[in-house]
Design a protein around this ligand. Structure first.
Ligand code: DP6
Length: 344
């Protein structure tokens, strides 16, 4: 019996940076779900007595692009362990997990959001097949995804998604993400994200280490308060379609995330010279043309260039004429706001 789910990555506009307890966010965050950057995962289950060699508590094997990848096993094992209270049959069966990312693993694009959400959707679907009761499938999928990776909680819905309690988002919750159901200006439903790949190596700072830097961080409290305020400010901007205010807030969020890292102990600079060159080009282009082209950053050197679909041709002109020169091997990925995961 095999189940396949395709789940997208997402890009945060107000960033999740800092966590506590069982992967709960220190502040609420909001993201655009993407489309072209996704993970497809197939879960095949077998009753365990049929499996020849059993070792440890769980029995599973993981294949990335058809190749057995033992380096991912500790992360999967720890995830299975954490969700086994919710999904009780996990130790009774053997799991074969076959996963494929639409983007190169080494592209520096975080695969944990798409990967952990795709796996969680497969496991929850199998739970239904086994007679489990799941009253609100996607809410529960988001909760399981969160346990795997915080940002993954936001990948189970399309469009704009909020994770973490916030007074202005009525159903928002610390344990799972919710789609933003209020009225959104149509231009924000088709926003474009061109991911400029500056550094394609392994992440310099793992997310676990990164979030840990916020514990005892001198500016943690004010950062968390600031994120709450930024989310409050962003909601009316998304409704009114004010690109300028959107860009200002989103760029400030990205730079604040990196400022937190620079002010941590130990400190890190995750931007590369070409990250700054791209940011400067975007700012110059915006000044010269008046067009709404903005950037955001993950916890790495790549730049996500955000703009409305209406100016796609002109924005892509900037990419091809200028920005591609700052990308490693001229590589970039064209993506846009997507509709969320699908069962295939
Ligand atoms: C900078 O979700 O990768 O992308 O919960 O430890 O798996 P874990 O961290 P992860 O952190 C993402 C951080 C971020 C901001 C964001 O996506 O909100």
């Amino acid at each position: 019996m095999s189940i396949t789910w395709k789940s997208p990555s997402n890009i945060a506009l107000v960033k999740y940076w800092g966590k506590y307890g069982n992967q709960l966010p220190a502040n609420p965050s909001i993201s655009f779900t993407l489309d072209n950057c996704h993970t497809s995962t197939t879960l095949t289950t077998e009753e365990r007595e049929l499996v020849h060699s059993l070792s440890g508590d769980f029995s599973f094997e993981l294949y990335l692009d058809g190749v057995k990848t033992p380096s991912f096993e500790p992360k999967i094992e720890s995830y299975l362990n954490k969700i086994s209270g919710i999904i009780p049959w996990l130790k009774d069966i053997h799991l074969k997990i076959e996963t494929h990312n639409s983007f190169p693993h080494s592209s520096g694009i975080a695969s944990s959001a798409s990967g952990m959400s795709a796996l969680s959707l497969c496991i929850l679907d199998e739970h239904l097949n086994r007679g489990g009761e799941v009253p609100d499938f996607f809410k529960r999928a988001s909760l399981l995804s969160r346990i795997g990776s915080g940002s993954a909680s936001r990948s189970v819905y399309g469009g704009l998604v909020v994770w973490g309690s916030h007074q202005d988002v009525p159903d928002s919750h610390q344990e799972y993400a919710v789609p933003l159901t209020r009225v959104i200006h149509p231009e924000f439903e088709t926003y474009q994200d061109t991911v400029l790949l500056v550094d394609v190596g392994e992440k310099a700072v793992s997310s676990t280490v990164g979030h840990g830097l916020m514990d005892n961080h001198p500016y943690a409290k004010s950062r968390y308060d600031h994120a709450v305020k930024n989310l409050s400010s962003l909601l009316p901007i998304l409704k009114d379609g004010n690109h300028e205010e959107f860009g200002h807030l989103v760029e400030s969020e990205a730079l604040t995330l990196h400022a937190m890292m620079m002010a941590s102990n130990p400190y890190f600079i995750l931007m590369k010279p070409n990250t700054l060159k791209i940011i400067e080009s975007i700012w110059n282009f915006r000044r010269d043309t008046g067009l709404p082209v903005y950037f955001t950053l993950d916890a790495g050197a790549n730049v996500h260039m955000l703009y409305p679909k209406a100016i796609e041709q002109k924005a892509m002109g900037l990419v091809k004429e200028e920005l591609v020169a700052f990308c490693k091997d001229s590589a970039y990925i064209c993506d846009h706001v997507g509709t969320g995961p699908s069962k295939t």
